[in-house]
Design a protein around this ligand. Sequence first.
Ligand code: ZN
Length: 240
Amino acid sequence: MRVLVLSDIHANLVALDAVLAEAPTVDEVWALGDCVGYGPEPDAVVTRLREIGALGVRGNHDLAALGGNEIESFNVDARRAMEWTRSAIGDATRAWLAALPERLVRGSWTLVHGSPRSPIREYVSSTSVARAAFRDLASPNGLHGHTHVPVAFLEAGGALTTVGPSAGSELGLQGLRALLNPGSVGQPRDGIPAASWLVLDTEAATATWRRTAYDVASVQAAMEALALPVRLVDRLAYGL
Ligand code: ZN
């Protein structure tokens, strides 16, 4: 099965549509949470994900958009954007977000937003947390988002390797346990503004990371028109 893996779209429809235009034909689309928050088009992003039949899990911003107290831990800019998001989303978006599970198992893969033990909150951003994540996974392999940085943690015989995948690089996963992060579609934080995503081939056991440039300026203009926080507008151009 070939799967398009997306995460942290963050209400950035322009980025999502650019990715979908470039993506190969796939059997399934998996979304690893934070479909909304920060960006200007939450309803349109969720509508698109529903149209393409995406399967997903819930992120901290998705939970906050539904009224969860996650917003208490947000910084001032994220909180302002979330207050706007809450006022902007419609019933269909709420219903779709509310139906997202915290964890989803598809074959040998477990999908979470954060980490297997703390699917909403924990960042898998170090080898020690990755090591714990492999212990906690209920399946051989895992997919996560939340950090907005593409990375692969690979385990074989107790030894852990970390790979910072570059665009277009195909990683062979045969004989390994893998915990993969596709990076962020709508707000990358690895210094590259282009949308980050990956294609997983579950039979061939390969993962290929991709980057797609999109019209960042048009998203920034939409955010400015909605008076969303300037820092959130600016960071899209830097990918940080
Ligand atoms: Zn996020």
